[in-house]
Design a binder for this molecule. Structure first.
Ligand code: AMP
Ligand code: TRP
Length: 334
């Protein structure tokens, strides 16, 4: 089993990033047996499709790398790196541009969403984004690719590219990867509006729990979080139509590893005056060790860069035979 996944490096990391994305990778890594390998990378080459100051881009790569390690990704056990340090991604992407079809890319819903109305003004990079993603996966002969539902279409394109390349060049080079899509992935909502996703771009800092918030800040945000006047119900069914209440119970359940039903049963008949301090406590205890490791890692850029550099060297070595075989299959000398 070879697991591979990428994440866009973003800054201002919050509880939604941790519970919705980062924690899934840590679980995956921890469930691996000794025969399996995990490759996790920061998709900084994909991030050029978003306008950003160069200094911010570097900062965000380090932020996300530190958050992954702080949350439990072990850079000795898993191969952790940033894409830009492994030129094989860009090289294979170019080779696969000969295989991917314009018609396939035209069907990608993420391009349509992100390009919006001004499609003529979108970058070529945004259009070709799925081909780079195919290269990311195929370079390492990944068998399993954990992704969110929104990336399923890109994984299907990856499979199509692999199948067509193998057929066109009469080789059995690329492994056809399977997506792993969590059945119910945690979706954490804003503390100010239970119908909006918790987001780094919400102007209200009170809407989110940042990975860098200290214990007091977390407690204060939970205390001020929007809730309602009703009591907690016996079962999660009773949360229907109560977006804020459902979100707070959901956060508690996700962190404590219980079902929402179990959390409701425990607090049934009590109001948020009683529930919020308990939730604050769970949040503080879960996030404190991650925050402390994160801040320590973030205080030493060169140590963090050395970890990514080492990961990139391991990734390059793992990618090399496949990249070489792709050049050879196409009659290109290197
Ligand atoms: P972003 O910074 O929004 O690009 O998100 C980075 C990763 O965190 C993606 O995998 C998102 O799906 C995940 N994520 C961001 N916000 C949330 C949220 N409120 N709930 C769950 N997952 C989230
Ligand atoms: N596009 C993915 C996302 O936005 C990130 C990503 C880039 C990725 N390359 C990948 C995920 C390869 C899995 C495999 O979430």
């Amino acid at each position: 089993m070879r697991v591979l996944s990428g994440i866009q490096p973003t800054g201002n990391l919050h509880l939604g990033n941790y519970l919705g994305a980062i924690r899934n990778w840590v679980r995956m890594q921890d469930e691996m047996d000794s025969q399996s390998e995990c490759f996790f990378f920061l998709a900084d080459m994909h991030s050029i499709t978003v306008a950003e100051e160069p200094a911010a881009r570097i900062r965000h790569v380090r932020d996300m790398a530190a958050a992954l390690i702080a949350a439990g990704i072990d850079p000795d056990r898993s191969v952790l790196f940033n894409q830009a340090r492994v030129p094989a991604h860009a090289e294979l992407c170019w080779l696969l541009n000969g295989t991917a079809r314009i018609g396939w890319l035209n069907r990608m819903t993420q391009f349509k969403d992100k390009a919006g109305k001004n499609r003529e003004g979108a970058s070529v990079g945004l259009y070709v984004y799925p081909v780079l993603m195919a290269a990311d996966v195929l370079l390492y002969q990944a068998t399993h690719v954990p992704v969110g539902e929104d990336q399923k279409q890109h994984l299907e394109l990856t499979r199509d590219v692999a199948t067509k390349f193998n057929a066109d060049f009469g080789v059995d080079l690329f492994t056809i990867p399977d997506p792993i899509i969590p059945k119910e992935s945690a979706r954490i909502m804003s503390l100010r509006d239970g119908t909006a996703k918790m987001s780094k771009s919400d102007p209200s800092d009170a809407s989110r729990i940042n990975l860098t918030d200290d214990d007091d800040a977390i407690m204060a945000k939970v205390r001020k979080a929007k809730s309602d006047q009703e009591m907690l119900p016996e079962t999660a069914e009773g949360l229907a139509g109560r977006a804020e209440a459902a979100n707070l119970v959901g956060i508690f359940a996700t962190l404590s590893g219980e079902s929402a039903d179990a959390v409701c049963a425990r607090f049934a008949g009590q109001g948020f005056g009683a529930f919020k301090p308990a939730l604050g406590e769970v949040l503080v205890e879960s996030l404190r060790p991650i925050r402390e490791r994160f801040l320590a890692l973030r205080g030493d850029d060169s140590a963090l860069d050395a970890i990514l550099q080492k990961g990139a060297a391991r990734a390059s070595a793992a990618a090399e035979p496949t990249l070489r075989a792709a050049y050879e299959a196409m009659g290109l000398m290197r």
